[in-house]
Design a protein around this ligand. Structure first.
Ligand SMILES: Nc1nc2c(c(=O)[nH]1)N[C@H]1C(S)=C(S)[C@@H](COP(=O)(O)O)O[C@H]1N2
Ligand SMILES: [Mo]
Length: 218
C-alpha cells in the first residue's frame, strides 16, 4: 500500500487513534474481579501514605498554573479559574504504589485527561509525555496511558480539596500505573516525540510501570 496516497490524518482521526490505543490499557479499573483487583506483590492499606522528595511546595490556587506545551497544536497555560471552567469529572479508583501499598476506592474530582487532550490537540508525532511537579519532580508516561478514560487531573479527593502533602492544589492520577507516575503539584505537561526518563526512571524505575505486570524496575 502506498501511504502517500492516504489523506492526511485529521485531528478527529488522530484523537480516535489515541483513544483506541488507550483502550488496551483499561485494566486498572475497580470493575476487575476481587482476585484481580490487587496487583501481585501489593497489600491493602486504609490510611494514605505520603511519599515525595522531602519538599512539599506551597502553591496557592491563586499562584498555581498548568503549562501545556511541546508537540501539540494548541499550547496553553491554565490558571485556577480556567482549569475550573473545564468540564469536571468524578471517578473512583485504586492507588497502587511501587513500595507495595495499595489503597482502594479513592474518589477523585478534576479534569479528565481526555478533555485536556481535546483542548490542546496532540500532534501526530506526540508519543510520550513528561510531567513536571512544582517540586522539580518529573515523570514520563506514554500518551496512550495518559489518555485512558479514568486518568484525571484532580483537585479534590473524597469531595474535599486535595491537601498540600498529597499534591494540592492539583495533581495527576493515572490509576492503572504505579503511583509514582501520578505527579503531585502538577505544573507542566510536555508532549514529546520519544520516550525520555523522568526522575525515578533515571534512578532505575520502569519506563511504563504497569502494576499487574510488576513493572517496578527497569
Ligand atoms: N511532584 C511529585 N509528584 C510525585 C512524587 C514526588 O516526589 N513529587 N512522588 C511520587 C511517588 S513515588 C508516589 S508513590 C506518589 C505518592 O503520592 P501521595 O504522597 O499522595 O501518596 O506521588 C508521586 N508523585
Ligand atoms: Mo512511590
Amino acid at each position: 500500500m502506498d501511504d502517500d496516497k492516504l489523506p492526511p490524518e485529521t485531528k478527529l482521526t488522530r484523537t480516535k487513534r489515541i483513544w483506541a490505543d488507550a483502550h488496551k490499557f483499561i485494566t486498572g479499573k475497580t470493575e476487575r474481579s476481587d482476585d484481580e483487583r490487587l496487583p501481585p506483590g501489593q497489600h491493602v492499606v486504609n490510611d494514605w501514605p505520603v511519599l515525595d522528595l522531602g519538599k512539599q511546595p506551597d502553591i496557592s490556587r491563586d499562584r498555581w498554573k498548568l503549562r501545556i506545551g511541546g508537540m501539540v497544536d494548541q499550547p496553553l497555560t491554565l490558571d485556577w479559574a480556567a482549569f475550573m471552567e473545564l468540564p469536571q469529572t468524578q471517578a473512583r479508583s485504586d492507588i497502587h504504589c511501587v513500595t507495595t501499598w495499595s489503597r482502594y476506592d479513592n474518589e477523585w474530582t478534576g479534569v479528565a485527561t481526555r478533555d485536556l487532550l481535546d483542548l490542546v490537540g496532540p500532534r501526530d508525532e506526540a508519543s510520550h509525555l513528561m510531567l513536571h511537579g512544582y517540586d522539580g519532580y518529573t515523570t514520563n508516561v506514554p500518551l496512550a496511558d495518559f489518555a485512558v478514560a479514568d486518568a484525571i487531573i484532580v483537585h479534590s479527593w473524597q469531595g474535599e480539596p486535595l491537601t498540600r502533602e498529597h499534591g494540592g492544589p492539583v495533581r495527576l492520577v493515572i490509576p492503572h500505573l504505579y503511583f509514582w507516575k501520578s505527579a503531585k503539584w502538577l505544573g507542566g505537561i510536555d508532549f514529546l516525540g520519544a520516550d525520555k526518563a523522568g526522575f525515578w526512571e533515571e534512578n532505575g524505575y520502569h519506563m511504563r510501570g504497569d502494576p499487574w505486570a510488576e513493572e517496578r524496575y527497569s
